[in-house]
Design a protein around this ligand. Structure first.
Ligand code: ZN
Ligand code: ZN
Length: 404
């Protein structure tokens, strides 16, 4: 186990972040993962990091704050914090985030307080987030187990933490002899799919399954697909999510019509939203349902104008190292890579020529903008996705849940 944890830390620094000599690494991590953060810090210095800056998170005191702090604080965000992150981003730091939340910790917290807080935060950090989303900075999101998370994934198991480590190792290919090589091969395989979709130049995708999904998603002119690795603006390849099994692009913000039904629960801000659906008309969610977490979902959709429009289309086969484990991780990083998904909110600007566009021009071209970007899972073993070209011809892309 200890050896695998070392291998994993190594993989994150060398492949996930692809840390360069002289570069600053920022690690954002729950305090529960301190030991692992120290290990990554050591690896980063050994790789030649200029400096490693660790930013500690603690959900338990965050929860107390949501429950007991003065109400006005949820509309504030410290300017000092903005300055620190902008400065690190502008100085070309790499950002590693350890995602390991207790999936239901915040379920009794007033969702309005959380969404107000997120809104001011995301607005204040716009510059920093834009830099990350447009790949000017390299970044990577990865996970390690915490006790509270592991117990939710493997309820009742005494070795829940070990089991979750194992599941994570399988998902990120650390169980393989040479994980770095395994990732190179995996990236090649994803690239084949990316090339197929880019060559197809599909105008629309039609989704259908027996859950009731019946949706047509238009793709904007000049869009492109990506997957596996991302090349930063400076030319360094990094992997923004580890694991990653998706190939993805952006939808046209006003070109989504029909109904999409969720296939897995969504963990949003520490609450679970389950068995939900959205009905879109010309890109906007006109109706939505949720068996559980309706208020949280409503709060999310009301964040701003772009929050009720799609910002990402991602294809993931039903058979993948993550989905084949048949584990519900209650963590989007894993669950989204086990299933076809979409995101509501801000789009990655994956379109030719966006560099020269203003914010208004991007919106007009179909690139959605919002303070949120929330992935939700829709893939099933009977999912059918058909590509429709400009001339009306159709090409099957997914049949029985997998790439054709
Ligand atoms: Zn995605
Ligand atoms: Zn996403």
């Amino acid at each position: 186990m200890k050896k695998q944890i070392e291998k994993y830390a190594d993989l994150l620094v060398k492949v996930g972040i692809n840390l360069q000599k002289g570069q600053t690494l920022v690690i954002t991590t729950p305090v529960e993962c301190a030991e692992f953060a120290r290990l990554v810090t050591k690896k980063a210095y050994e790789t030649g990091a200029r400096e490693v800056v660790v930013r500690w998170l603690d959900e338990l005191t965050d929860k107390m704050r949501y429950e007991m702090a003065e109400d006005a604080v949820f509309d504030e965000f410290p300017q000092g914090e903005v300055a620190i992150l902008n400065d690190l981003a502008d100085r070309d730091a790499a950002f590693l985030r350890i995602s390991a939340s207790d999936p239901e910790l915040m379920k009794d917290v007033n969702p309005k307080r959380i969404s107000r807080q997120n809104k001011v935060r995301n607005r204040a950090l716009e510059h920093y987030m834009d830099r990350l989303m447009s790949d000017q900075n390299v970044w990577c999101v990865a996970s390690i187990p915490t006790e509270s998370w592991a117990k939710k994934v493997f309820p009742g198991a005494e070795d829940a933490v070990e089991q979750l480590w194992d599941a994570i190792f399988k998902s990120v290919r650390v169980d393989q002899e040479n994980p770095v090589q395994a990732w190179r091969n995996h990236q090649e395989a994803l690239k084949t799919r990316v090339d197929f979709l880019n060559e197809g130049k599909f105008d629309k995708l039609r989704y259908k399954n027996s859950l009731g999904t019946d949706l047509v998603v238009e793709l904007p002119e000049g869009h492109f697909w990506a997957g596996g690795g991302t090349e930063s603006k400076k030319g360094y390849e990094f992997i923004a999510n580890m694991p990653t099994e998706e190939v993805f692009t952006l939808p046209k913000r006003d070109g989504v019509n029909g109904t999409i039904v969720s296939s897995l629960p969504l963990n949003y801000n520490g609450s679970l939203i389950e068995n939900f659906s959205f009905t879109f008309v010309d890109g906007i969610v006109m109706e939505f349902t949720a068996e559980k977490g309706f208020d949280t979902l409503k709060e999310m959709l009301e964040t701003d104008d772009g929050a009720c429009r799609l910002g990402e289309v991602a294809l993931v086969p039903y058979d993948s190292p993550i989905s084949n484990q048949k584990i519900l991780f209650f963590n989007t990083l894993f669950d989204e890579n086990a299933s076809c998904h979409f995101a509501l909110g801000k789009a990655y600007p994956m379109m030719e020529g966006v560099e020269d566009m203003s914010k208004e021009e991007m919106l007009a071209a179909g690139v959605n903008d919002s303070l949120i970007h929330v992935d939700f899972m829709v893939g099933t073993k009977d999912m059918e996705i058909t590509g429709i070209k400009k001339d009306g011809s159709e090409v099957p892309i997914f049949r029985t849940g997998n790439f054709v």
